[in-house]
Design a protein around this ligand. Structure first.
Ligand SMILES: Cc1ncc(C[n+]2csc(CCOP(=O)(O)OP(=O)(O)O)c2C)c(N)n1
Ligand SMILES: [Mg+2]
Length: 567
């Protein structure tokens, strides 16, 4: 705890000291009058660095990206009700991602709130349903303490965002000591119950054809090594559940089979011969469209390994579950299985057979898929999306973090990328709100030394292009690749599907539907947009040039935007 000089200090100075003691090295923010005391205190020095973004969406998604990439809680600060409104979509995304962030908003002076001043609103009421906790500081004395408590609460499993409102009149008041015990070490769970481990092992031993769903929590807890050990030992194909936020299972393991998409066809393909699912730190939430059939047939047995009984939310209802620290629990299952294998030669042979089958199907597959993608011809100067993504990934080093907001083309990223560790893949997709990519790339770049490659749609870019300014201003080596199909391709696909079009409609009506989902006339000038914000921009429509340029920009650690026209 940093001691504070006799005679006290201001709440703002004490708060910044407490944040530094708690390990917070930056605050992502966009200010207004109600945060000017905070800006003043930051300028006095010794506190966290202030990272300015020009829109609150980027502020919050940068904090979420920082938290998810570093595994530590991150802090963001926005301006009273209107700033909070702009922050909301990304805050919702952070909530659905269980991202441990603390969002501060300045509130109006408590002496005028009853007069309903400009910018005022009931912020804690608005934020409550989306937050793990919401607080408004009532006294100057509690400001530093509240912030540290907010960090601790955000980080404790199940982690999630915390909102703190701080009225402007509190910041500059003097506080007696301002000392806070700044321990934010997140609680660590204990190991599983012995019987639960036995029952999970029984399930896996009885299964003829098990499938593993390895989810975000595996990634966030860094429990990927035991997850791989388990899948490879049992010989089970391992999938990410739909809407994955981070690599829940490394694509470099021979058991990896990609993400199951949130539709019946994708579930059918993944589960067609399965009799058992083991979900590890995985959540399966329904998608946009109502499915009349169960996505997971009732004949399939389900086991779960996760942290708390509430975790396997959505449509996963396990018959058998082991709860505890993920690494410890998966490790205990692996150890018990190994013991059983030494006693049961037939079981060992069965596992080995499955393992061999998976290995055969896996070896060289990604290389082949990439080569095939690169071979797909361009049409009228526009690349096939798989060809564009394969070229980008060929130049992306294995230790890089890929931020994926490629929307209808995300499947190519997951299929073609080398993702050896959870942190190699980041998104905020479970909230479903677009505009997270640039912010997450900013946060992830500041949190780690790894190169960051952002792959995003043209629509996604246009929700949050202000983030480019922060990339330029901080000279962040983010390589931004815009997979540009001049529109909302995901929606064009949906609108023509039987869900939305159960009976045929006249051609000109279908054309009008499609026309309202494109971004044309004018087309976005992505290169000019990049230049506006101070980032080098270029348009590349040749896969070889694209690969070389991505590689060059990564090596030079130069902020770059590449507009890639795709079909
Ligand atoms: C904030 C927000 N507004 C609207 C949507 C609806 N939406 C879902 S997919 C999509 C299209 C995104 O376009 P783009 O990023 O270019 O990707 P593409 O579909 O072309 O692959 C839209 C608008 C959303 N998810 N989030
Ligand atoms: Mg698009």
């Amino acid at each position: 705890v940093t001691p504070i000089a006799r005679g006290g200090t201001t709440a703002a100075d004490a708060a910044l000291r407490a944040l530094v003691d708690a390990g917070v090295d930056r605050i992502f923010g966009n200010p207004g009058t109600t945060e000017l005391p905070l800006i003043k205190a930051l300028a006095r020095g010794g506190g966290p660095e202030y990272v300015l973004a020009l829109h609150e969406g980027a502020v919050v998604s940068a904090a979420a990206g920082h938290a998810m990439a570093s595994g530590r809680p991150a802090v963001a600060a926005v301006h009273v009700m209107p700033g909070l409104g702009n922050a909301m979509s990304m805050y919702h995304g952070a909530q659905r991602a269980n991202a441990p962030i603390v969002l501060i908003a300045g509130a109006q002076d408590r002496r005028t709130q009853h007069l309903n001043p400009i910018l005022h609103g009931d912020m804690t009421a608005v934020m409550r349903p989306l937050s793990k906790e919401v607080w408004e500081a009532k006294t100057a004395e509690e400001v530093p303490e509240l912030l540290v408590r907010a960090l601790r609460t955000a980080a404790a499993p199940p982690s999630g965002p915390v909102f703190v409102s701080i009225p402007i009149d509190l910041w500059d008041q003097r506080v007696r000591t301002g000392e806070v015990r700044a321990n934010v070490e997140p609680a660590r769970l204990g190991g599983p119950r012995r019987e639960a481990v036995e029952r999970i092992c029984d399930l896996l031993v009885e299964a003829e054809s098990p499938v593993i769903l390895s989810g975000d929590l595996v990634g966030f807890r860094g429990a990927d090594a035991p997850a791989v050990e388990l899948a490879e030992l049992v010989g089970a194909p391992a999938y990410w559940p739909p809407h994955s936020l981070i690599a829940g299972y490394p694509s470099t393991s021979f058991c990896y089979r990609g993400m199951i998409f949130p539709d019946a066809g994708s579930f059918d393909r993944a589960l067609k011969s399965a009799d058992t699912i083991l979900a590890i730190g995985a959540e399966v939430v329904p998608s946009v469209l109502f499915e009349t059939e169960d996505l997971i047939p009732r004949s399939i047995a389900i086991g779960a390994i996760t942290e708390t009984p509430g975790d396997p939310s959505g449509i996963l209802d396990p018959q058998v579950a082991a709860y505890g620290d993920l690494e410890a629990t998966i490790g205990a299952v692996v150890a018990e299985l190994r013991t059983r294998l030494t006693r049961d030669a037939a079981l060992a042979a069965r596992f080995e057979r499955r393992r061999e089958g998976l290995r055969e199907a896996y070896v060289g597959r990604r290389d082949k898929l990439r080569a095939k993608a690169l071979d797909r011809p361009s049409v009228e100067g526009r690349l096939h999306p798989s060809s564009a993504i394969a070229a980008i990934l060929e130049a992306t080093p294995r230790q890089a973090t890929i931020v994926d907001e490629a929307v209808s083309n995300s499947g190519w990223v997951m299929l073609l990328a080398d993702l050896p560790r959870p942190i190699n893949y980041l998104s905020l997709t479970r909230g479903g709100g677009l505009g997270y990519g640039l912010g997450m790339a900013i946060g992830a770049t500041l949190a780690t030394e790894r190169p960051v490659v952002l792959i995003l749609g043209d629509g996604a870019l246009a929700y949050a292009n202000q983030g480019l300014w922060t990339i330029a201003h901080e000279q962040l080596p983010v390589v931004t690749c815009v997979i540009n199909n001049r529109g909302y391709s995901a929606l064009t696909g949906f609108v023509a599907s039987p869900h939305f079009r159960p009976t045929p409609i006249p051609d000109e009506q279908a054309q009008r539907e499609a026309d309202s989902l494109v971004i044309r006339n004018p087309d976005l000038d992505v290169v000019a947009m990049a230049r506006t914000y101070g980032v080098r921009g270029q348009r590349i429509a040749d896969p070889d040039v694209l690969r070389d340029e991505v590689g060059r920009a990564i090596a030079a650690r130069e902020p770059t935007v590449i507009d890639v026209p795709i079909t």
